[in-house]
Each structure stands twice: as structure tokens, then as C-alpha cells.
Design a protein around this ligand. Sequence first.
Ligand code: AMP
Ligand code: GLY
Length: 704
Amino acid sequence: MKSVLVIGSGGRCHAIVDALHRSPSVGKIYCAQGNPGIAQLAEPVPCKETDIETLRDWAIEKHIDLTVVGPEVPLAMGIVDEFRKAGLAIFGHTKSATRIESSKSFAKVVMQKAGVLTAAYRPFTDYDEALQYVVSRPLPAVIKYDGLAAGKGVVVAGTIEEAKAALQDMLANNTFGSDKVIIEDYLEGPEFSLMCFVSGRQVVAMPPAQDHKRAFDNDKGPNTGGMGAYTPLPFITKEDEQFAIEHIIQPVADLMADEGCPLSGVLYGGLMKTKDGIKVIEFNARFGDPETEVVLPLLESDIYPMLYNVATGGELPSLSWSKKAALGVVLASKGYPGHYDKGAVITGAESFEGIIYHMGTKQENGQLLTAGGRVMMAVAVADSIVEAHRQVYGQLPQIHCPNLFYRNDIAHQALDRTQQPVILDGKLMSQQIKEELHRQVEQLTNAGNRAPALAVILVGENPASKTYVNGKIKACAATGIQSHLVALPESATEQELLQHIETLNQDSTIDGILVQLPLPKHINPDNVINAIAPEKDVDAFHPLNVAELWNGKPGLVPCTPQGIMYMLKSENIQLDGKVAVVVGRSNIVGKPIAKLLLDQNATVIMAHSHTKDLESITRMADILVVAVGKKHCIGPQHVKQGAVVIDVGINRDTDGKLYGDVDYEKVRPLASYITPVPGGVGPMTIAMLLENTLQCYKQRNNIK
Ligand code: AMP
Ligand code: GLY
């Protein structure tokens, strides 16, 4: 059994150690310095990755059979040269070959000589000359620091101001310690990473993967070391892959051999599929991070012979890879890639079903703490990207830490367009309904009829109630329905309110009556609802209307459930045979929507926010209706991939903003249809109120 030393400490090294751990050839694994995750598989060696001589002496003393270098810094310092001088087998490029990564201008020259396509560029050392060049070229300008910068030395400047700031940083302020940049043309297209084992002229490719460099969703925010990755890539064909190997990786390997600095490690092509073909964005001289964390879990072959033969110039074996998909999401410290705090406690990671690769963590007094910018990566291997995506995002809410964030859209380029949810735009739909109602009301009044009329009763000063009442009155105005506001003081007695209702019941010019809920505590809402004449009960809360609904001959249907059914119908969402879960059991939403869904042959499950193991029940839902009035009580862990998600909740938080019962941002990537808050169900409820008013009017006046 072989003993192996891995040098490095992040998620990439954890994945390499993991692959070595699966190798039948490997016995003891050491890692310098490792991290708490790696320490479960390898014995930690307390020596810095840059302390080359100590590492070399240690490897000799321990009779290490193979050393594997993870990060670029020791490679660029010449660790491979030192080890080989001492007769040790080491996987990684020599200092001179590592220039393919450590010097952008060297890489550009290699590409030119090898005839490999890349963006046109110019090198600069002088701020003024560089700026002049930027001004003379079309924007955006891509400004790259000419050295190692942990993936953060590239600025895509969309404006001259941004270019100035970047040049100032890289040339005038010397942020990274050198004084050279290259400025290159901006390329467009999907990016992918092709990592290959290369030994001299021999090349063996790994499956292509895609990284997500920007810090925030929708590829916004600063460049980072990488926020997530996945493989396979549906937009990269076998032919693309073959082209990249034959026309990019192979010629570069050959040229490096010709130039006397043969490769002996991983050549990482950061590639872009532009409309003019596949071009090189950058080369790296090592495994990519976080690509390695999704690629190596798919390796079915023994990794040891490959690493050893690359290190020693032997013949490279072929590798077999699982056909499955892998997707990983990086959990990073808030503030990363800028300033961030360390030492926040992480809990729940141990129960993640999948792989957790540690990046920057620390174990202290039995607790797992954050100890870096990128902290850990949660990876799932599954039959498809969609399934891997669901597995990771479904479980991330179980990992708790006050100082972590992650991107919600890893693999967005792969998740088929049809997987992007349709946003059920209640505002737009209700607008169309109102226009149609307006036409109908106009026809009626043109024919000499009086306009339909709705009486709205408001008791007291509740600000939310006032807002709702105003909205309803405005909606009436937009459709030509007359509205009569009856505003009573908070002190009004139940008796007074009931008298007002009775008067309106008798008034033949009033078609609909609604009482805005909630009512002051001294008034019993049941008595009030019971007092409204059933044929004027536009909210359909009266026991007679409720009974008719449940008896299957509804006259008036409550507005919110009716609005939801309207949305489902107008999107042609199939209900027959589907599982609908209704969370919330109120008389005005939960129960009636359950009945209406049942009428459409859906199987309906009713639950509430305290239902035991709610997650496993809501995850059965093809159609999930949530009406509990509790901000974000439904997260991605509750939702099955492809579900229709209807959010009835409107919660105003202390920040004054409106939130739904569903954590919209996190749930959206899983849903096939989803209602936003505000702008989803709310406007539909009002539109149905107007529909009901017109219906009452027609019935009372015998108009078809
Ligand atoms: P690099 O560190 O060279 O991989 O660059 C970081 C990121 O900047 C890349 O992943 C691209 O998204 C972007 N980038 C770099 N060069 C270009 C280019 N010439 N055109 C467009 N985007 C680029
Ligand atoms: N994933 C980008 C890199 O490893 O540089």
C-alpha cells in the first residue's frame, strides 16, 4: 500500500484526499496542513504549503511514495523542482511550466505560438498608456493582473470609471505586488472548465465542469475563487470537448514539451464557447477549485496510478467516469471576497446527505467554526443536474450559521429553460379581468341599467384594513362599479354595525356587501357574517354560501380561492390526478381551496404550519398552496422540484417590506410555477371580489 502526501488545505484538497481514500492502492494519506474535514481521512501534517524544504525532508523521512500538490503557490515557488531533485515522486508542474498560470503574458505567448484561439490582448506596465488603450477600445475591457491573485485579479470593466479604478489598483497601488497587467477583448458565451491530466505530450481529460465566479445570484458582484460548480454541462457537446482537447490542450502540451518545460500535472483550460468557436480565457496549472469537488466524486477508476504516472512520466491509464451528475454549492463567509469575520459556529453540516467538502473551517472545543472566505461546499451526486440541484438546495437550510451565504442559482445555465418557473403574475392577470369587467359594466349602463354597487364597511382605524379597503374602492372605480364606503368608528357597537348591514340588505340599489376583517375585539365576526344577506355576500363567508360550496352547487365562491383557481386554469395547469397540499386551514382560504382542488380530481392533503414533519408532506405536493400568515415558513426544503407554488400570505415585516409565507428567492429555482408577493394572489382576490359583485348584481336583476 502506498503512502501519499497531499499539499494544501481547501475544498479541492479535500476532494483529492477523498479520491485517494477510495483508491485500493493507497494506504496512509497525509495532508499538509489539511482542515477538519480532511483530517477525517488523512493525518494532518503541521507544515505550511510554502515551507518547501521542510515538506521535502518530511517526505523523505516518512518514505512517501507520492506527493500531490493542490494549490498554485507552492508550484510557482518550485516545490516540484525541489522534490524531484531529491528523487521524490511529485504530482504537479515544475516552476517553469507553472508559468502557464502564474504569468498571464507567458500564457498568451504560448497560446500564440501553439495557434490556440484566445482574446486579443496587450500587456501594460504604465497606468496612462493602459488607460489610453482602454479608451481607444470598445467596452467592456477585461483587465487582468499579470500574476497569481487567487482568482480575483480580473476586472471586467463596463465603464471607463471602473477601468480607471482597476488600473489604479493593479498598477498604481500595487495591490497584488507586481506592476503588470494585460488588457484583453471581451468575449461572450458560456464558460466551462476542462481539466486534463497532462504528462509531457500525453493528455487524459476529465469531464468538463462549470464554475460560478461571481459572488452573487445572476452572476452579479465581484469575482471570487468560485461559488459553486456542476457537471455534466448540457451546452458542451462531445464534439466541443474533443475540439478543446485536440485544438487547445494537446497543442499547448506539445508546445510546452518543445520549449523544454513539459507539463506534469493538471492543465486546466478556462474556456468559453463563443459564437466564433471555443476560446481560452485562462490556463491554470492545477486542479480547479471548486470544479474538482464535483468532478472527482464521479471518478470510478483508481486515481493513484494516474497521479503517479503523471508524476514520473509513465504511460497514462485511461479513466472511467460515472454517468451521473454532480452539483456543489459553496457556503462563504458574509463579506467574501472582501473583508469577512471568522469564528462563526456552524451546525447541521453533519446531517447533510451528500458530500461536505471543507474549505475554510476550524474545529474548536468540539464546535465547527468558519475560518476562511469560502467555508465549505455541499455536493450531491445524482442521476441528473435537476435532481442534484434539488438535493443540495433542499438540504442547505439545515446547515445553520449566522455568517454564511451562498448563491441560489448554481447550474442556472444547465437547468433547462422549461425548468425556470413561470411567474404567475396576478397583477397582470387581474388587470385583464378588470378590463373585461369594465366592458361588461359599460354595456349594462349603455343599455340603460344602473351600475352595479358594492358597499364596503370599515370599522375602526386598523391601517392594514384601511389599505385593503382603499384598494377595493379603487378597483371598483377602475371597472365602473359604484362603491359606497360605510366607515364606522372603533367604538361602534355590534348592534350599530348589524343595523347598518340590515339597511344595506334592504337597499335595492346595493348589490354586494362586504365587511372588512378583522373587526374590533368587542364585535363577534360570526354574528356580522351571518347578518349579511346571502345573495349580497360577495366574500361568500355566509354559512349558506359555505354550505352551497361544500354541497357542490356554489353560487358565490370566496375571492382568494376563486382567484387561485382562475390562475391555475388560465395557465392550463393540470390538476386531475395531482397531489395538492394546502398549508393553512382557515375558513376563507385553506378549506375552500381544498374543496375546489378536490372538485378538479386532485388528491388534497390539508396541513398547517405546525404539522408534524411538514417538509415530508409538502414535498409530495405537485400543487402547494400556502396560507398561514407566517413570513418564509416554507423554504426550499419543503418543495418538490417542479411544484406549482401558490403563496397567499402577505406579511409586513419590521423593515416595512412585504413578505410571503414562501421564501420566494430560494423556492423559485425549484418551482415550475410560482406566485410572487406582492403581485400574485393579492390582486386576484380583488379582481374576484369585483366578479362576485357583478354576479350578485346580475342574479338580483335577472340578467344572464
Ligand atoms: P480568469 O481569472 O482569467 O478566469 O477570469 C475570471 C473571469 O473573468 C472569467 O471566468 C470570466 O468570467 C471573466 N473573463 C476573463 N477574461 C475574459 C474575457 N476576455 N472576456 C470575457 N470575460 C472574461
Ligand atoms: N475555478 C477556478 C479556478 O480554480 O481557478
